[in-house]
Design a protein around this ligand. Sequence first.
Ligand SMILES: [Zn+2]
Length: 587
Amino acid sequence: MDNNYIFLAATSLTQIYFIYRKYRKRNNICLNESYSPAAGSDEESALAIKTAENARKEGNVAKIIRLIHFNDVYNIEEGNREPVGGAARFVGLLNKLRSTGLPPLVFFSGDGFNPSTMSTATRGKQMVPVLNECKVHTAVLGNHDFDFGLVQLKKLMEGCHFPWLLSNVYTKQDKKIPLAGGLVKRLCCWEGRLIGIIGLVEEEWLATLSCVNTDDLDYRDFVVEGKRLSKELKKQGAELVIALTHMRLPNDITLAKEVEDIDIILAGHDHHYEIKKIEPYGTLILKSGTDFRQLTDANIIFNDDGSIEVTTKRYDVTAKVEPDEKTGKIVDSYFKVLEKKMKKIVGEVNIDLECRFSKIRTEETNVGNWICDIVKEETKADIIMINSGTLRADCIVPAGPYTIKDLISLLPMPDPLAIIELKGIDVMLALENSVSKYPRLEGRFSQVSGVAFEYNPNKKEGSRVVQGSVLVNGEAIDMKKIYSVCTKEYLLKGKDGYTMFLNRKILVEAENICPLPTMVRNYFKKIEVLNKLNREHFGNKYKVRNTATTMLHHSVKRAARVLNKWATEVHAVSIKPKVEGRIIRSI
Ligand SMILES: [Zn+2]
């Protein structure tokens, strides 16, 4: 009896304790929610307005507020030339600046999750803790943030302790929430001042995203949306409207010229450092360099007549900057992750891949055809020419599991690609250049897709390509016709003897195309999905649907088109590229 009583009493006490904890927890949540509502929500705006009102009543409104801006960061490790950059020194500098003077708001203008060798392995994960250490207040999405697809981007965004804006891009299915779940705008109170923030991007890079079907997009002109949203924010009481942008400078200039209510443009996408004042509204555009090498520290001065003045200071992240210890540890830990990730199997190759320099720099190879076909399918260019100096593995990669290490040894550099216009006659010159040094093992020898030709190495340099042998996508080349050619950005500078690529009309610039290693990495991911779909086709329908939602259909279809070519089995899609007479040596 006594025992039972004790037991009951203990049970009730435990229950009371749990009810109390639940109550406390719920209360805490309520408190937190009321003090930090979801970013971009109406509650956040209402709270900001109220806080600013109170500050005004108490006379607690700052005359100057401080902003720190950076954009386009790729490598978390430092480089070997000054300013060396690196995430640890960058955060070290941020913390040092933060410890003196006014507390700053930190803004990031996009492009962080790719490209870098690390990202090829981690699909952008390393940048999440690093950006969190930067204590970013608000960011705008950049083109490279989409490189690993929408599902991966959303996962990365979820890990960030700050919100991402994308004010002028929606999907046709959802006209309220921007693409990737970005925010439309924010209204915040900082030091008693109401600040409105929007994030605008240009259509140019959006049209080239491989993870999104442009037909599904509802892109809204950045000037129209910039006007509408900045007006709304001013109406709500914003004393300063900041536009975070990820677009080329001429578009930023248009925005500054056209939209009166935007007070300052914190811009990305360009990698140089530049500060420009644009009339008629005297709007400042800031481009703060790249790769954790530079940042801008700006003061916004609110004059009594309602006008705003801006002063800026550029900082370079040199080797003299003391690195932040915690960020340094994050960087080191990701290099350990990279080591482990090297062993990760990304797929299966079903034939030996010929990557030896002795072959790849003198003849058509299966690996060259495979890589160029992936690029052709992604870019839809007429002709693909990849100089074999790009493909670095220098061995035969045996059939079997293909690892991140295999991929990084094949493509160790970010390898930006671009598409240019080239007349048939110049395509001939490019092919001549490709075979001009045979049999020397020169990196200029190109692997190709969309073009086939014969050459005679006994002929003089510059006249080796056999007349009448060149076919572009199965048809005889037309010397006057203009073709789209996708190649390495490096070659567009006339490197490796490709002077015929110099100063050509650029159809798609490198910044707007997925870098080559990312394309190949995504290709393996798509095969993984396709194979899952194939395996599950006769089994659990739910699973099929589940897998299908992780990838956009059209992007999987694209991979399927390359695959159909090489696929031999129905149930397991296999990679078996062949040499098929694209480059014939006529002796
Ligand atoms: Zn960019």
